[in-house]
Structure formats: C-alpha cells, structure tokens
Design a protein around this ligand. Structure first.
Ligand SMILES: NC(=O)c1ccc[n+]([C@@H]2O[C@H](COP(=O)([O-])OP(=O)(O)OC[C@H]3O[C@@H](n4cnc5c(N)ncnc54)[C@H](OP(=O)(O)O)[C@@H]3O)[C@@H](O)[C@H]2O)c1
Length: 174
C-alpha cells in the first residue's frame, strides 16, 4: 500500500502467541516500549478501533491525528471517525500508523509496508476467554510466512521500567 510518500505501518506489542490484550486491557507495563511508541507515532496519523480508543487513559493521543474506526457513529472530541479502516487510511496524508486492535491488525497486516512488533517475552498467564489473539502476529507466522524482512532488532531486559523482557523488531514487506 505504499503510494508514493505514504506508508501503511503496523505498530503492536504481542506475545509469541499473538496475544495483544486480555480482560480489555494490555496485560503488561513496558515503559521503554511506550517511549518507542510515542517517538515513532508523534507528529503522524494513527488509526485505531473504537475499543482501543476507549482504552486510552487520557483520550486522544497528543500531537497525533487520531482517526477512529466505528460502525456505530461513535464521536469523541479531538478525533475523526470513519466507517471502515480503508476510509480512515484514505483520509490520511503521509504515513499512517495502525495501532490496533484485533480487527484493525487483521485488516492491515496483509497490506502493510512496515511492521513494528514489540515481542513480549515470558508472559506466562494461563489462557483466558478474554484473551485477544492476532494470528498474523504469532511468532511462527511473522518469521516463517515469507512476508517480512527484518530490518532491526533492539533487546530490552525486564527491570524496574519494564515488566517483561522484550524485543522491538522492525520489519519491511518482503
Ligand atoms: N498490544 C497492543 O499493542 C495493543 C494495541 C491496541 C489495542 N490493544 C488492546 O486491544 C483491546 C481493544 O482491541 P479490540 O480488538 O477488542 O477492539 P478494537 O479493534 O480496538 O475496536 C473494535 C471496534 O472497532 C470498530 N471496528 C472494527 N472493525 C471495523 C470495521 N471493519 N469497520 C468499522 N468499524 C470497525 C468497531 O467499533 P463499533 O463497535 O463502535 O462499531 C469495533 O467494535 C484493548 O484492550 C487494548 O488495550 C493492544
């Protein structure tokens, strides 16, 4: 979907099983990943599902154009709402960052030019019915599907800033 200057970029944190959320929230706290997310997306357009928007602690992400996808005519100050992911992406200028949740990732992963995957290590909570799993983000699919070429990898240890060890992996479409 790279039309000239515009790239479609997926940004996500997931376990090797593709888990992105449980009980309606992200089940880890990784300060260095939040910093990475902020640096990457600030000044740009982000597209998210309505539930992801409602999970944000302080409303729209600052210094970013916040586009929300909803079928129900949802409204929130400081955001623009679209009836489909394709409509939202079409309304953006420059690079577009897809920041979740599951339906948005399922839609964007086959189309995206780049993937920033924060691979969370050692998340060992027993499976629950509320787990949200994105199959396209399972480690075996990301590394074996011949879809992605790894551009960079940065490794972080578990410490007082980060609940878990994790890698920030940057891929481009193969
Ligand atoms: N680990 C991560 O990196 C990460 C990233 C983002 C979010 N999360 C977590 O993921 C959870 C939310 O994700 P989710 O998958 O449950 O929900 P979501 O994708 O954020 O939102 C789902 C909603 O988006 C709208 N939507 C989805 N597909 C659509 C389409 N094709 N056309 C029009 N509207 C569409 C619908 O809104 P309406 O119901 O209003 O029609 C739908 O109910 C939260 O817990 C959040 O913390 C994790």
């Amino acid at each position: 979907m790279n039309t000239g200057e515009r790239k479609l970029i997926v940004v996500v944190a997931a376990t090797s099983q593709g888990l992105i959320a449980s009980d309606g929230q992200i089940p880890w706290h990784l300060r260095d990943d939040l910093r990475h997310f902020s640096r990457l997306t600030r000044g740009n357009t982000v597209v998210m599902g309505r539930k992801t928007f409602e999970s944000l602690p302080s409303g729209p992400l600052p210094a970013r154009r916040n586009l929300i996808v909803s079928r129900r005519g949802f409204q929130a100050e400081g955001t623009e709402v679209f009836a489909s992911p394709a409509d939202a992406v079409a309304a953006a200028r420059g690079n577009v960052f897809i920041i979740g949740g599951k339906a948005l990732y399922d839609w964007a992963l086959p189309l995206a030019d780049e993937l920033w995957l924060t691979l969370v290590k050692g998340y060992a909570t027993p499976p629950s019915a509320s787990d949200i799993i994105v199959e396209g983000l399972q480690e075996t699919n990301v590394f074996n599907a011949n879809s992605w070429t790894l551009l960079s990898k940065e490794t972080f240890a578990a410490d007082e800033r980060n609940d878990h060890a994790f890698d920030i992996l940057h891929f481009k479409r193969q």
